[in-house]
Design a protein around this ligand. Sequence first.
Ligand code: ATP
Length: 612
Amino acid sequence: MSTTAPAAGQLPVADTPAVRRAFLRLLLTEKRRAAVAVGLHLVAAVAAAVAPLLLGEMLDRLTAGSGTGAIDRLALGLVASIAAVIGFTWAGTFVSHRLGERLSARMRVEFVDRALRLPMPVVEQAGSGDLMTRSSADVPEAGVLFRDGLPQITVSILKVIVFLGAMLWASPLLGLCMLVVVPPLFIGTRWYLKRARTGYLNERQAESAIGDTIGASADGARTTETYRLRDRRDAAGDATVARHWAAARYTLFLRSVFFPFLDGAYALPTATVLLVGGALYFDGAVTIGTVASCAVLTRQIMFPIDHILMWVEKVQRGFAAMSRIEGVAEAEDTEANATAERPVDGTVDLIDVRYAYPSGTRDVLHGVTLSVPAGQRLAVVGPSGAGKSTLARLISGSDTPREGRAAIGGVDVAALPLDERRRRVTLVTQEHHVFTASLRDNLILARADASDAELNDALAAVGADWAFDLPDGLDTALGGKARELDAASAQQIALARIILADPDVVILDEATAMLDPRAARDTERALAAVLEGRTVIAIAHRLHTAHDADRIAVVEDGRVAELGSHDELIALDGHYAALWRAWHGGAENRADADDGEPEHREEDLASAGNPL
Ligand code: ATP
């Protein structure tokens, strides 16, 4: 897939040859239906060309004083040709619209599939506005191209060819009169096409920018209010709207020059045929019927030409939309380079890993080396901003180290094909989305072929007993206005998905941080059984999580400062030991009323005066 450079922070845009290839590839998936549609429209076009020829013949016979029998036969032929035009046009339109709908549906499915496969950093960098505009504006725009544009343009081209053929057959000289329309159409269309692609692309990109700006303003509304940034947000909004206005004005200018110009050009061929035809008739070179047939055909031919040119603009828009839709496919190319190797087990290895965020100027990990044998549990603790979540992203393959390796079972995790990676490693963060869908649909995201019994087992394993009291069981609609779930229940759904996905490696990035301490402990207890046998990397917010792990890595400023079991680190008497003493001291003095476990010390390690 070749692409043109995207605007900073936007997803790529495919270039024209790539879009043409994509268009053809889609079309070839329905080649039989396409052939039937072309055949039906071809017959309709021939029938439509026969009608003016019969009309001319009737005129000549009438002028020559032929008997009514011959005229009647010609009139019957005329009626038959009109009936054929109606019948075949209807059948051709039916088939070609079905074809268009199927192609449009296929394109949508491909787009969604590709969007879901986009690497996380790509989406983060591009911003949700760009992807949203591509799905909400570009996909429908390109859909119009397939549904309406493709059938209409094909039919129009067929008609032009057939009508021109009929004119040339009736009188080559009068047929050639059609050529007068070619220079103005060529010059006008070339002028328009040269400018339209860039014009419509700019308009679309400006629309994306408006989406991004509105989204950012809405997301940061509180911050805007707090820091009185309203004027700045307004200015940013005004700037993007001004850019869109300029882009839209430019495309309007193109249309307002091109289309009136076309109207003038259309009058030329009929006038020429009548002029030349008149002269030829008086010379006796053609009959009056031939002149009449050709004059009617020039009018007939203008409709499909006008249709084609009307569609030129929409095709431009459609192709611009397709460039942006196909641009998303670049992610598939990363799949093309995926390794064929498969991890031998769930061992996690980080070897001298260095990493800088694309938007950052400095490394946030400075040569981290860690090895977690398959089935072991490593807790990662450290102050806010130390690099714990970044480590989680690298181990999950969401990002690739700038230097060094992040491997699972001996294979670079980011090089694994997406499906394999999703099967091998699951990252659970505190953001757990419940989709507006049934409980079943929310669960089978993790494994599409899971049976109801397996779904129920997974729910039971994470202690989601509430799910068994739902009115419609697994069919109960969740999310949105249907049934809002609290954070703990949403978290349990996320954890049940892990059981269903059955990965070798599970990364819990503060997965229980949003739950209240008791709910978190309950979930973690349930998790302990669920995680049995898997390699677990737990970014620990609560010290008891670290205590229960096989080993603990203390991460500080992008480096592993301490590594060992709880007892080893206590014996080392370093940062971890200091934190543990502070926490444990509190635990002894403040027993929780219910279960005797410390409560307030289980807050965020960083915010609770964390000495790490
Ligand atoms: P916390 O406990 O607060 O979640 P953390 O230890 O998980 O912190 P990271 O989120 O990994 O730390 O962040 C490490 C460094 O990388 C920080 O300096 C942070 O500002 C920076 N950082 C994190 N995400 C991004 C991003 N998307 N772009 C640029 N810099 C980032």
